[in-house]
Design a protein. Structure first.
Length: 188
């Protein structure tokens, strides 16, 4: 998949932790990389910094470009943050996690629709379908999971929750049962 430069428009940027922000540009990390001393920066920021300095901007220890490593933890956390489509200014109503922005952006037609108003209906349909799919696939949205259950299915709704509780309880009891069997085998 061809990588495209994405304009990131975070839903609540002011609420994003300072630990996810670069001290060089003071923005949310863009392609976070960790240097040898353990500090994290935007890849482009630290790359430009290293051209003029040979030390970490935070602790002043010596650093080299060859020692940069992608900060997968920071990248993973950032990937779960909510963003708006970069074409929101053109009327796109999509909102989802950063990890899904590139996929959406490749299909988004908001800019084209803004330039050709007769396409507005199809754009709204696309956005509604994408938002519906995003809500259904959002693991934090318990309501969407329960709404997808078949009303006539005896294992759906409350029964599914009851079944889930039983499974969870069984998983908790499993180590106890294994220990009990182990002790019984030792006593034989």
């Amino acid at each position: 998949m061809k990588s495209i430069k994405l304009e990131r428009n975070f839903v609540n940027e002011k609420l994003i932790s300072k630990y996810l922000k670069c001290i060089i540009c003071e923005g949310v990390y863009n392609e976070p990389v960790r240097v040898k001393c353990g500090h994290t920066f935007c890849k482009i920021c630290i790359s430009q910094w290293i051209n003029d300095h040979q030390n970490c901007p935070e602790c002043r220890s010596n650093i080299k470009k060859k020692n940069f490593q992608t900060d997968r933890i920071a990248a993973g956390i950032l990937g779960e943050l909510d963003v708006y489509c970069s074409d929101k200014k053109y009327g796109c109503k999509w909102k989802g996690v950063l990890d899904r922005l590139e996929v959406h952006q490749q299909k988004c037609t908001a800019k084209i629709v803004a330039e050709q108003p007769n396409l507005q209906l199809s754009q709204n349909q696309d956005v509604d379908e994408e938002n519906e799919l995003a809500q259904q696939n959002n693991p934090s949205n318990e309501n969407s999971k329960n709404n997808n259950l078949d009303k006539d299915d005896p294992y759906s709704d409350g029964n599914a929750l009851s079944l889930k509780r039983k499974i969870d309880q069984s998983e908790e009891d499993l180590p106890k049962q294994q220990r009990k069997r182990h002790i019984q085998q030792q006593n034989k």
